[in-house]
Design a protein around this ligand. Sequence first.
Ligand code: UN1
Length: 494
Amino acid sequence: METYFNHINGEWTESSTAERFDNRNPANWNEIIGTFPKSDKKDVDAAVRSARSAYSDWRLTPAPKRGEYLKVVGDIMTERKEELARLMTREMGKVLKETRGDVQEGIDTAYYAATEGRRLFGRNAPSEMPNKVNLTFRMPIGVAGIITPWNFPMAIPTWKIFPALVCGNTVVFKPASDTPATATEFVKILLEAGIPPNVVNIVHGTGSGVGAPIVNHPDINVISFTGSSAVGKSIAASCGTQLKRVSLELGGKNAQIVMDDADLDLALDGVLWGAFGTTGQRCTETSRIILHKKIYDTFIDKLVVRTEALKLGNGLNEDAEVGPFINEGQRETVEKYVEIGKKEGADILCGGERAESGDLADGFFYKPTIFGGVDQNMTIAQEEIFGPVLSVIKIGSLEEAISVLNNSIYGLSSSIYTWDINSAFTAMRDIEAGITYVNGPTIGAECHMPFGGMKETGNGHREGGWEVYEFYSETKTIYVDFSGKLQKAQIDNR
Ligand code: UN1
């Protein structure tokens, strides 16, 4: 068991409360991975002072140079990939194959960000006056407050922190209190790569103890948050009154459509991965499958057999396919939804109960669950469950499929399996979601493409790809008049 600290002002420090919390393994609750400082507003204040003190130099460090640090970060992460993946599996449960993917997503994001330092393009446009030049530059914003969830403990912090740094901002980082160890190792790597110590600060603790003071701090200029829509709305409200820029990546109720002409085995592989990977604890999880009535029975029969064959276990076992929930609270939430589903009249086709035999007794395991006969307006088809619970809905046409898919307050990811080019392009056009996959599951974002959703999934910003660099920078417009005389726009040229 290790003792971890906050990183503030270039030093590893205890919190001002001197209280600590444990980080435990959800596959084996008796195993304590480490203890962490339970911080409060005073620690946030100190972290903001530290980040602010580093800002004046960091903003003037050339962007290509800022990017070069991230090349080194990517190299260190590559060297330590296996060790980081194992630590992540121990602290949050998902299987090794997936935690290796999570670290790899961070590495890919590092190498992409490293070269973006050379591409913080502005624009130029002709002036309406002679002997005058019009330009725009991308400028840093200041101190960025980064608040991240536990389901992608490496990938999501890198999506946010790398572009923030490349754009010239300094950082106060609050990772989820369920995954503070991976986050701390990540910060150590940033420091080892030579990023000046005060540029990156990490403060451990709860949402109310640390997250809220970050959101409300007057000297933090930009906030990026991934988590629930309920918390996201309250963050948006606080940022609204402060006129603070905020990017929100919130809930999802993603669906996969399978049309009657689809390759059913391909669609089956897709939904198993989309619905039950990460034990369903992804915002891109497939939580609804919309099946054409002509293939409904055949598909469901195969799906239930394949789902029941999924191997649950400690993610460190190479043959485990589905790990535990992050904590008991999450398991209870899912149980509550399963009860609601039964009460509303849906049929449990498989799962619907805890898995507690043998070694599984020490962790928060739950059998992958499928509900048949689901009506599109039932609670289980509307609310985000964040667990391995799939609702099956029957439809008779493409139009109906898209209308069922769009019947949601969320709009993150979506998928359609069909070989019909007209159906595919109609779906691409009419589905209300930030991401649509054709003949692929709802999961599988690549770091260099914009990631995010419509409706209550967010507030219109995107992570990933080139768009996130606009979020972390301000546009500065420049006019250079080399005519040597006063030229009045809109007046002298009329
Ligand atoms: C999330 O669920 O919060 O495409 C992010 C995917 C992953 C990212 C998911 N690469 O599902």
